[in-house]
Design a protein around this ligand. Structure first.
Ligand SMILES: Nc1ncnc2c1ncn2[C@@H]1O[C@H](COP(=O)(O)OP(=O)(O)OP(=O)(O)O)[C@@H](O)[C@H]1O
Length: 720
């Protein structure tokens, strides 16, 4: 949908444009669907004498006095007065311009939370405006914003968009006429109204609610206007899921079962089993059988393989690749980072290359940083069909890669790839021109996505059309549980001393430095500083440094040195987060652990405890100015120390972060739920589930419009 120029675009700075882009606010419809996080009541003035402690209020008062105090710390203290009394405003950070705006004699409208104090009523960092013009008639919406985008500017943009947009109803007339939203589950807010609110009215209301509304119903999203919006969103998501399902039902896939007249003595997967230095666990055998049965069908498999860190997913992937190759089809494995892809490549080549070589077949490697000549040779082998297994990063799915007969795609850590990349790989079909292979055309490869971050079943079902799930719920034998300890940053020196002793005894350790959002440079300096510190503190040990900006060859060299046991301590940014497998490493130190998400900490911790050695994970945490760690941060870190179970950690992570963040939805662009909540809105979800297939059949135009509206560009993509 083209976007007409916005009337206030002339004041748009590049920073604002960037922020709007980041928030996906490109069309009028995106703006009107960008709903407030909360509201402030600026419609009335409360006399100072009636303000109660803890209340959010707006007062109108004149400045009596304004001074910068230096004790107990530097702050601006402003005393204001109305006809009923006085109040003190305190600002710990302030600009000279603010000081000027609050000079004695100025009349101000002041919005903030009232606190009691030794000197009477106070407000800390209230919002200040000049006392002029009439009071607004509606509550003031506070929107989610991004750096560079002022609230007031966004508010103006949304107001203009609301004025000029024509919103066509997409709920079928019969639905709107017959019944209202399903009742809200007990304990989740007020009951909804009895009829559906028209969409236009619901949007107008949510952007400008009348001041007499019960604020609670806006905050807990139980208001009928919110119900309408959540219903819309869930319907769009269900429509897209059913649509994808419909499309997929019509697709074929190669039935990957071994040919009856197999000439070699043993099928490839049995040869692999015979070569492995270990036996498969019962859980690994079970999931292998599930996958084998599924890819033997002539319709595309769409399966998630989940297993805790270190549960042995790689060998299952290798077994699946063997089945595919035995059936005469190629297999591709894609990993999100070069380190991880490289490690898979090394392992799979070690396991499979000798076996494939006997059949004049090979394993190919494709990555971004690759010599032209090598890449060309690989591409040729892939196109000719002699490279039966292709391993790499997203370079595997570039247009220049043509497979002769792609039968199976394995995606590691699927939630790190965008939905576009996944779909683009799925669309890879046989390009062979010969008639003999004409039947391969129009077929989709089977897909197996692997993850160590288990996705709760209901969530998976809601986000992915007909996804089957295989779970490895058992760790290989002989693992000793990892002991996790929380240590305050103030004890860093003590920790380094102990680590030095352990490294001298032949133990290997990772030392992970935190990711500081939006500042790769800072990340780097952190890791480099730690690297230098450790070098000084442990003159006897070899310390390695690994970060994402290093040239691929250097990364490989460092990883190889660590794998071979030559490097004692590997200082790294989170590039090692997923999948790195060095069984001898037995200590993991995570600096600023409080900045990581739970699943990420679990992934990092999973880099140790892979051998039979006793392993330890040290979560180094920094405390705030007051010497304390915040409650949520503490709760998170304690959860890590309490359990080694990835499923339990995923459950707690989901509780803390909500499904969108948890699924890595920001990057994935998956049909996201911004407003609805899968826990509290189950009745609405059920309603949408029932309506979606019916609407696709009976009102395809409305269904299409509805998806366009909610999913925009993402929907164009899913449709393709
Ligand atoms: N059945 C088994 N018995 C013994 N060792 C095994 C078994 N299966 C796998 N392993 C070994 O366990 C280690 C972990 O396996 P793998 O790297 O496949 O785990 P993963 O599930 O991919 O973990 P992550 O999610 O952390 O990448 C490897 O060194 C692998 O060789």
């Amino acid at each position: 949908m083209a976007c007409a120029p916005h009337p206030i675009e002339r004041d748009m700075t590049p920073a604002i444009r960037k922020a709007l882009d980041k928030l996906g606010l490109l069309r009028d419809i995106d703006l009107v669907l960008h709903l407030p996080l909360r509201y402030e009541d600026e419609t009335r003035i409360t006399p100072i004498a009636s303000c109660r402690e803890g209340q959010m209020v707006q007062i109108e008062a004149a400045v009596l006095n304004s001074e910068v105090q230096l004790q107990p710390r530097r702050q601006l203290v402003v005393t204001v007065q109305d006809a009923s009394g006085e109040c003190q405003l305190r600002f710990l950070h302030f600009y000279p311009s603010q000081q000027k705006a609050m000079a004695p004699g100025k009349r101000l409208r002041i919005h903030g939370e009232v606190r009691g104090g030794f000197w009477g009523r106070q407000m800390l960092h209230p919002q200040i405006r000049k006392a002029e013009g009439p009071l607004p008639a509606a509550l003031t919406p506070i929107y989610p914003i991004s750096k560079g985008l002022p609230q007031a500017y966004l508010r103006r943009m949304i107001a203009v968009a609301l004025q000029r947009i024509q919103i066509e109803e997409t709920l079928p007339g019969t639905v709107l006429a017959l019944a209202g939203p399903p009742p809200i589950a007990a304990g989740h807010g007020a009951a909804a109204g009895s009829a559906w609110w028209p969409l236009h009215q619901a949007l107008q209301f949510l952007h400008n609610p009348a001041p007499d509304v019960a604020l609670q119903t806006l905050e807990d999203h139980s208001h009928p206007a919110w119900q309408r919006l959540k219903a819309e969103e869930l319907l769009a998501q269900q429509l897209s899921q059913f649509k994808v399902r419909q499309t997929r039902a019509g697709l074929g896939a190669p039935a990957l079962s071994p040919p009856a007249d197999i000439s070699s003595a043993l099928p490839l997967h049995e040869q692999l089993l015979a070569r492995l230095p270990f036996e498969l666990t019962a859980a690994q055998r079970r999931v292998c059988a599930e996958i084998a049965a599924d890819i033997a069908q002539p319709r595309p498999m769409h399966r998630l393989l989940q297993g805790d860190v270190g549960s042995g997913k790689t060998v299952v992937a290798a077994m699946a690749a063997c089945l595919c190759i035995d059936a005469g089809w190629q297999c591709a494995l894609m990993a999100p980072t070069e380190i991880l892809a490289e490690q898979h490549f090394r392992k799979l080549t070690e396991w499979l290359s000798p076996l494939l070589a006997e059949r004049e077949q090979s394993v190919a490697w494709l990555a971004g940083a690759q010599k032209k000549k090598e890449r060309a040779a690989m591409l040729e082998a892939v196109a000719a069909g002699s490279a039966m297994l292709v391993v790499g990063t997203h370079a595997v799915i570039q247009d220049s890669v043509e497979f002769a007969r792609l039968g199976l795609v394995l995606i590691d850590e699927q939630h790190r790839f965008g939905v576009e990349q996944r779909l683009s790989l799925r669309k890879r079909q046989s390009t062979a021109p010969e008639d003999a292979r004409a039947h391969d055309k129009g077929m989709e490869p089977h897909m197996l996505m692997m993850t160590a971050t288990p996705i709760p079943r209901t969530l998976a079902m809601t986000y992915y059309a007909d996804l089957s799930v295989s779970t490895i719920d058992e760790l290989p034998p002989g693992r000793t549980p990892i002991v996790t300890r929380l240590i305050a940053e103030s004890r860093r020196d003590e920790l380094i001393e102990r680590l030095a002793t352990q490294v001298a005894q032949g133990r290997q350790a990772y030392w992970v430095c935190p990711l500081i959002e939006e500042s790769e440079a800072l990340d780097l300096s952190n890791a480099t500083a730690t690297f230098e510190d450790l070098q000084q503190a442990m003159p006897g040990a070899r310390i390695g440094l690994l970060h994402s900006r290093m040239p691929a060859a250097d990364k490989q060299a460092v990883m190889a040195g660590f794998s071979a046991g030559e490097i004692g301590v590997l200082v790294a940014t989170t590039v090692i987060e997923v999948g790195v497998d060095v069984p001898n490493a037995s200590v993991m130190v995570i600096e600023h652990a409080e900045r990581f998400g739970l699943s990420q900490l679990h992934q990092l911790r999973g880099r140790v405890g892979r051998g039979s050695k006793e392993s330890a994970c040290i979560l180094l945490y920094a405390t705030g100015d007051n010497g304390q760690l915040g409650d949520t941060a503490k709760e998170r870190l304690r959860a890590m120390a309490q359990t080694n179970d990835g499923f339990e950690i995923a459950r707690r992570d989901l509780e803390i972060r909500g499904p969108g963040e948890f699924m890595g939805a920001r990057q994935s662009g998956a049909a996201l739920l911004r407003f609805a909540d899968l826990d509290t809105d189950q009745a609405l979800l059920e309603w949408a589930r029932q309506l979606a297939p019916q609407m696709l059949r009976q009102q395809p135009r409305l269904a299409e419009l509805h998806m366009q509206r909610w999913l925009g560009g993402k929907w164009d993509y899913l449709k393709a």
